[in-house]
Each structure stands twice: as C-alpha cells, then as structure tokens.
Design a protein around this ligand. Structure first.
Ligand code: CA
Ligand code: CA
Length: 151
C-alpha cells in the first residue's frame, strides 16, 4: 500500500521536473531528492553530517506544497514522534537558518514555539501534524536529507 501510494504521489509531482530521477532510497519531489531515515536515529549534528556525506543537507522547506508532500509521507512512518530538519539558531539565538544556505522565510512553527526551552537550537518536525518545534539538538531522532535531483 505504501509503495503504491508513493509511486502515485511521486509520479504526479515529478511529471514536469527537469530533474528526472534520484538514487535508490531517495524520493523525488520537484527538483529535489529526499531521504527518510526513521530507524537509525541520530542527534541533529550527526544527522546533518550523514546528509552532507551524501552530498546533501538536512531538509529545508520553502513552500506549503513541499511540506504537505513530506507530511503525507512522514505520517506513514511507524516510529518516533519527530524528525530532524535543517533549521537551527545555534549561531545567533533567534536567527534561524537552513544548513543548505537557502533563505529561512517560510515558517511552520507549532503553537508556542520556538521557545528556546533550556536552549533549544535545532528544528524538528512533529510527525503527526508537520508543525515545527525548536528542539534539544542532542536528542536522537529520525531525519530527512534533501539534495538536488539528477538530470
Ligand atoms: Ca534557540
Ligand atoms: Ca521548543
């Protein structure tokens, strides 16, 4: 069922992209490939390091549709309550940025966040709602990597 769903969702979204495919294990949406890790949980820094080794970064988000696509997939995930994204304010408190260097404009914070609770500087997405929390960077969570697709 999941495979069926993924195939159809992906074929709709990827129909007009100039980037036509991703490596095995990655899912294509628009011009980018996404990798979902829900089993090998890591703290935020190790998750980003894993994505970097794969020529990407933890995921950034720029449009409501992009977020909706990922939320639909994440909700199929059987484990965990949150996944790491590429947002952080570890350089300047309150100065949020994406590890891939793209502008931090689109936001989707959960109510009451970011609250910097005991110094939270890393962005996680709540699986069920897709809303964002500033989270303790040392927690081990699943994560999503994002990188440009192959032509
Ligand atoms: Ca913070
Ligand atoms: Ca928080």
């Amino acid at each position: 069922m999941l495979t069926f769903l993924l195939c159809c969702v992906l074929s709709i979204f990827s129909a007009h992209s100039q980037y036509s495919h991703c490596d095995t294990g990655y899912l294509l949406y628009g011009d980018f490939c996404y990798y979902f890790e829900t089993k090998m949980v890591k703290n935020w820094q190790d998750a980003e390091a894993h994505c970097t080794r794969e020529q990407g970064h933890l995921a950034s988000f720029h449009r409501e549709e992009e977020l909706s696509f990922l939320i639909a997939l994440i909700q199929q995930s059987p484990t965990g309550i949150s996944m790491w994204m590429g947002g952080h304010d570890s350089m300047t408190e309150g100065g949020w940025e994406w590890t891939d260097g793209s502008p931090f404009r689109f936001i989707h914070w959960n109510a009451g966040n970011p609250d910097d609770y005991y110094g939270e500087d890393c962005l996680s997405m709540l699986i069920n709602s897709g809303y964002w929390n500033d989270d303790n960077c040392e927690y081990k969570r699943g994560y999503i990597c994002k990188r440009r697709g192959e032509k």
